[in-house]
Write a protein that binds this ligand. Sequence first.
Ligand SMILES: Nc1ncnc2c1ncn2[C@@H]1O[C@H](COP(=O)(O)OP(=O)(O)OP(=O)(O)O)[C@@H](O)[C@H]1O
Ligand SMILES: [Mg+2]
Length: 309
Amino acid sequence: MAPDDSTVTKTGLSSSFKLLASGKVRDVYEIDEKTLLFVATDRVSAYDVVLKNGIPQKGKLLTRMSEFWFSLLPTLLPYLRTHFVTLDLPSSLASSPEAFIYRNRSMQVRRLKVFPIESIVRGYITGSAWSEYTNHGTVHGIGVPKNLQESEKLGQPLWTPSTKAEQGQKDENISPAKAAEIVGKDYADKIQRLSLDIYNAARDYAAERGIIIADTKFEFALDGSAEPPDVVLVDEVLTPDSSRFWRADRYEVGKSQDSLDKQYLRDWLTREKLKGKEGVEMPEEVVRRTGDGYKEAFEKLVGKSWQNC
Ligand SMILES: Nc1ncnc2c1ncn2[C@@H]1O[C@H](COP(=O)(O)OP(=O)(O)OP(=O)(O)O)[C@@H](O)[C@H]1O
Ligand SMILES: [Mg+2]
């Protein structure tokens, strides 16, 4: 096996860089006061629990896909600012024997203060929005037309924020008004506008490549050093971990869709009654099938073989 075929579920850079945070997927290190090293591992989470084993290459696929969008989006939306700095490793790491582990799964990003909301845009009604709609006739408290079917395209994409829960807690869907209470009206409006603009641009791009972006989640941060302070797109962007990607040629309204993400894994967990349990190990078949979805999404959207990532 080539060295970069191994699965990376842990990182070990703390003798060189301070570990600031370890999320479900990413380990975030400090390069300096202004810059972070954002390392995507091959960890996978489902129903808010991280699985014991990982999906080979997943961290690289996520990093390269985010990099792809961070490069493309500002060409479509010239006013968009992002946290992306470079895929290059900091020089001390680039020259170390461990560089091969971190290359292409790490990104240097600007260190910013992240707004404590998840900025979700939905173009189609599915997932938790579909559940709320069937129970209450609303989506994040927003009134939507009656008689919508599952997975139906919404007349207009909806901005449906959620709280950004502490580790181990579940994010909660909130109304746009509640988001404005949390971050302030002006910033909430800016985040909403940017999110809808990015979604619309990405949706049109993906449509030409046979992918429906049913919904997606963005995170934004404030760059207080800009005058006036700027709202900046951060985190990962338009990956299968943050979005529902559907194959356009298999789309059928009135039922749930096969999406190119963790759905195979989620279905397996549900079938095996392992949903929400800690320390679950995925069998080979589940690892492979889940990885295949990530690779297909990468190849369709980025237009390159996943092996080049
Ligand atoms: N530019 C940035 N500056 C500071 N923090 C950032 C920046 N971009 C993203 N972050 C934060 O870094 C963390 C990324 O780690 P990861 O995605 O694994 O975490 P998570 O959010 O716990 O998991 P999940 O996204 O699966 O809920 C998130 O908490 C995110 O808000
Ligand atoms: Mg995250």
